[in-house]
Design a protein. Structure first.
Length: 251
């Protein structure tokens, strides 16, 4: 092969490789995917909210994945926009609560978990109480997610907080705490219960959903925006075995 021809072949291979890498990068970029699945105006607003969260050291990736999961489930774009705005506000509030309760800077997982607890109706003063009473250096991510799981299953927030706090004082591990959600809460007698997937719920805040299908592995990604059914507005047959949403819980 002539030297000139060899240069042409190498240039073509290099260009093809660069295009493949660019395509792969775009496919894995939540921001690019949000632009694909949301109307331009909504995508711009959501991405601006996410950028602002990142600049304030909030867990922006959790917001990206939340928006993608809602889009995959067919939630209305304007409701996604509202949900991301509200969750970003809850993250900021949760971060401030944790920083005020402990000298240790909260991790992104802890901030995300605190935001979810607030969304489910846990008062900020109760989160402060939990943070101050927890053993020094103990991550609050799983404890807060467990509180949310117990609330989802019908336990009042004050009772859920007490159960988790008692276990923390007994130096329970994260695995031990997750087992709390596998036993029927005393106020939910007669309801159908199942073991919570707290670790999976925590992982879902970091795992993007497929833009064209079900959300991730089926997780709701933190529940639908306010006033939006989980099935995106389609009719469904009520499940008599599924616990109802506790009053006061914010989607």
């Amino acid at each position: 092969m002539k030297f000139q021809n060899w240069l042409v072949v190498m240039a073509a291979l290099t260009a093809a490789s660069a295009q493949a890498l660019l395509a792969q990068s775009q496919a894995n970029d939540p921001s690019a995917r949000l632009k694909e699945v949301l109307p331009a105006g909504v995508a711009e607003h959501v991405l601006a909210t996410i950028a602002a969260a990142r600049s304030h050291e909030l867990p922006a990736a959790a917001l990206e994945n939340r928006a993608l999961k809602f889009a995959a489930r067919g939630i209305a774009p304007k409701d996604i926009e509202k949900a991301i705005d509200e969750q970003a506000d809850r993250m900021a509030k949760g971060r401030d609560i944790l920083e005020g309760a402990r000298s240790k800077k909260p991790t992104g997982d802890e901030v995300d978990a605190a935001a979810e607890a607030i969304r489910k109706g846990v008062d900020g003063s109760k989160i402060t109480e939990l943070a101050r009473s927890a053993p020094s250096g103990r991550s609050l991510a799983v404890p807060l997610f467990v509180i949310g799981s117990l609330i989802d299953r019908g336990l009042p927030s004050s009772d859920a907080l007490k159960r988790v706090r008692d276990r923390l004082e007994a130096r329970a591990s994260d695995t031990d705490l997750e087992q709390l959600t596998g036993s029927p809460p005393p106020t939910a007698a007669g309801q159908a219960n199942k073991p919570a997937e707290t670790g999976r719920a925590l992982a879902e805040t970091k795992r993007p959903a497929s833009a064209g299908g079900a959300a991730g592995n089926g997780s709701s990604g933190g529940g639908p925006p306010a006033g939006v059914p989980a099935n995106g507005g389609r009719g469904s047959t009520p499940n008599p075995h599924k616990p109802t949403t506790p009053p006061g819980k914010k989607p």
